[in-house]
Ligand binder design. Structure first.
Ligand code: 13P
Length: 254
């Protein structure tokens, strides 16, 4: 059985104390309310990582992740943060290929393939994001776009490496817009993604791959989305900044 994951992406929100206090609430609520085998992951800014990882210690249903790493191992890259540094905080995951990084920081599939390698080499599990823009969907290019993102971003990985990787389908037009993909639209793409994984690796690898949905997910729409056979959880932006909302989404898998 593949792992069910609900990951929060705090993006560039919350100062140090705000982050710690939100995460403390989340850890306590997970302890009290989560009865299934799902995992709650919080992807915070770098400044919070070490402290959150300390709070998460001993709680196997809670993990911490970063939102980016540099593609180099170390060196003269002022202002950047390496995979090894992130790993040393106690973080387990790193979001790679988020559409905001593709759009605002010019990250392309080639760079993301390198970041994926560096993450895995340093023991971080990538949460690799893929998804089409509104223009691409309207031009009916969404399947091609997603296939290319997978081929160029992660399909060079060995089976062993790929098995450490989580995929996240985030249609760009649904991020922060309040416009969620319908459960049918999301399921259609998730099934397509799993089929691509099966074609590139094996059906068994595909069956074990966790594929998250992201884009205006909230406690109201999560039950229908997560009931789809190929949707294994969510990558949550806005709703992950409120402990009650985030927990209610995590608890869909109870
Ligand atoms: P929202 O849930 O705010 O739409 O953000 C989704 C997202 O980008 C998660 O990575």
């Amino acid at each position: 059985m593949r792992k069910k994951i609900v990951a929060g992406n705090w993006k560039m929100n919350l100062d140090y104390n705000e982050g710690l206090s939100l995460f403390s609430e989340i850890v306590n609520m997970v302890k009290d309310e989560v009865t299934g085998q799902q995992q709650a992951v919080v992807c915070s800014p770098f400044i919070h990582l070490y402290s959150l990882a300390q709070l998460a210690k001993g709680h196997d249903k809670v993990a911490v992740g970063a939102q980016n790493i540099n593609d180099h191992e170390a060196g003269a890259y002022t202002g950047e943060t390496s995979a090894k540094m992130v790993k040393s905080t106690g973080a387990a995951y790193v979001i790679l290929g988020h559409s905001e990084r593709r759009q605002y920081f010019g990250e392309d599939n080639k760079l993301l393939a390198v970041k994926t390698d560096v993450a895995l080499k340093n023991g971080l599990k990538p949460i690799f994001c893929i998804g089409e823009t509104l223009d691409e969907r309207e031009a009916e290019q969404h399947f091609d776009v997603i296939k290319t993102q997978l081929q160029e971003g992660v399909f060079h990985l060995s089976t062993e490496e790929f098995s450490q990787t989580v995929l996240a389908y985030e249609p760009v037009w649904a991020i922060g817009t309040g416009k969620t993909a319908t459960a049918e639209q999301a399921q259609e793409i998730h099934a397509f993604i799993r089929e691509q994984v099966a074609n590139n690796y094996t059906q068994e690898v595909a069956d074990n791959t966790t594929i998250l949905y992201g884009g205006s997910a909230n406690p109201k729409n999560a039950p229908e989305l997560f009931a789809q056979p190929d949707i294994d959880g969510g990558l949550i932006g806005g709703a992950s900044l409120k402990s009650r909302d985030f927990l209610d989404i995590v608890k869909v898998f109870n």
